[in-house]
Structure formats: structure tokens, C-alpha cells
Design a protein around this ligand. Structure first.
Ligand SMILES: [Zn+2]
Ligand SMILES: [Zn+2]
Length: 186
């Protein structure tokens, strides 16, 4: 769910798009190419974009009759932990953004819900909610260091990559030693 705040946007914030240079004439086009630091908590618990990492914004802002259509890609690094072996993962992620932001008091503004269509605040667009949605959708929910990661030996916790193929734990677990003694006494 997106959180819409009524706090005035800061035009200098790197994830705020300023459309003052974009004529409000359908078809008018501007591009935005910039590097912005990633906001905190961009991602999921196990994997996400580190705070402050470089996000490359490669966007097109296009005037349409009711607002501004923002489309393009945002690319950045991701870091996380393998869900099977806990090794650190670093990779990169590129997400596609395609989002309409309605002019204030336009018909779209008055007839749609804010969850369906984004809103402009004056000439400004807050890209962050759409970016968060796109990043969360694109991230793997079960990140792995590689597709065939075998994980850890459930007995000793050593990575199965580092163990011989015939690795096993034949010795009786001390927790069961007492039980096997009982069995022998019977
Ligand atoms: Zn792994
Ligand atoms: Zn083991």
C-alpha cells in the first residue's frame, strides 16, 4: 500500500521530479537522467537496495491531457543474504516505471482513487512510492546466491560446497545416545 503524505515535496530531493520545464501540452516531452541516492528500506527483509547506493534514473516525462506520464527505468545495486546458505549476495536490479500522475483538480484527480493514479503536487512528482512498488515487485522473495545453491549441511552447518560429496554424520547424535543404550538393554 502506498503512503501518500500531504507534506510539501522538496523540489531538490533527488526522487522528486520537477515538471516546471515541461510544457502542459499533450505530447511535450522531457527526459530525466540522474543518479539519486537510494532511500532507506528500499526492498525486502532479506534483500534490497542499500541505503545511499546510486540509483540511475533514466526517465521520460510526457505531458498527457490529464497529467504527466513517467516512464523509463531505474537501475541500482542490490545486496542481501542467500536464503539457503546465508552467504552475502550482491547483484543489480533494473525496474521499469510507468506511472501516470494526474494534475491537481483535473478530471482524473477528481474521479479516480489515489491508489490507482498518482497525483502531482503542483509541478512536482514524488517518484518514491512508485519506485518502492516496482523494486519490491522485482526483488526475489527467496533470494539465493545461485540457483543451484545446495545450502548448508543440516547437521554441522557447513556449506555443502565445501564438504566432500559423501559427507555424512554417522556417529550417533549425543541426544539419542541414551535412547540407543535403553534399546540395547531391552
Ligand atoms: Zn547460497
Ligand atoms: Zn555436516
Amino acid at each position: 500500500m502506498r503512503i501518500h503524505s500531504s507534506i510539501n515535496l522538496n523540489p531538490r530531493s533527488p526522487l522528486v521530479l520537477d515538471t516546471r520545464e515541461l510544457p502542459r501540452r499533450p505530447g511535450a516531452l522531457r527526459t530525466v537522467n540522474r543518479v539519486a541516492p537510494a532511500p532507506a528500506d528500499l526492498g525486502l527483509e532479506m534483500v534490497g537496495v542499500p541505503e545511499g547506493a546510486d540509483l540511475s534514473l533514466d526517465l521520460r516525462l510526457q505531458s498527457v491531457s490529464e497529467g504527466v506520464l513517467v516512464s523509463g527505468t531505474v537501475t541500482g545495486p542490490i545486496e542481501g543474504e542467500c536464503g539457503r546458505c546465508l552467504r552475502p549476495i550482491s547483484d543489480s536490479l533494473s525496474v521499469t516505471i510507468q506511472e501516470l500522475y494526474a494534475y491537481e483538480n483535473s478530471t482524473t484527480d477528481e474521479t479516480t482513487d489515489e491508489d490507482e493514479v498518482g497525483r502531482m503536487q503542483g509541478d512536482l512528482i514524488d517518484l518514491e512510492p512508485a519506485l518502492r512498488d516496482a523494486v519490491v515487485l522485482a526483488l526475489p522473495t527467496n533470494p539465493v546466491c545461485r540457483d543451484d545453491c545446495p545450502g548448508l549441511c543440516p547437521e554441522c552447518g557447513v556449506h555443502l560446497d565445501e564438504l566432500p560429496a559423501d559427507h555424512s554424520h554417522d556417529q550417533v547424535d549425543p541426544r539419542w545416545a541414551g535412547l540407543s543404550k535403553l534399546t540395547q538393554e531391552e
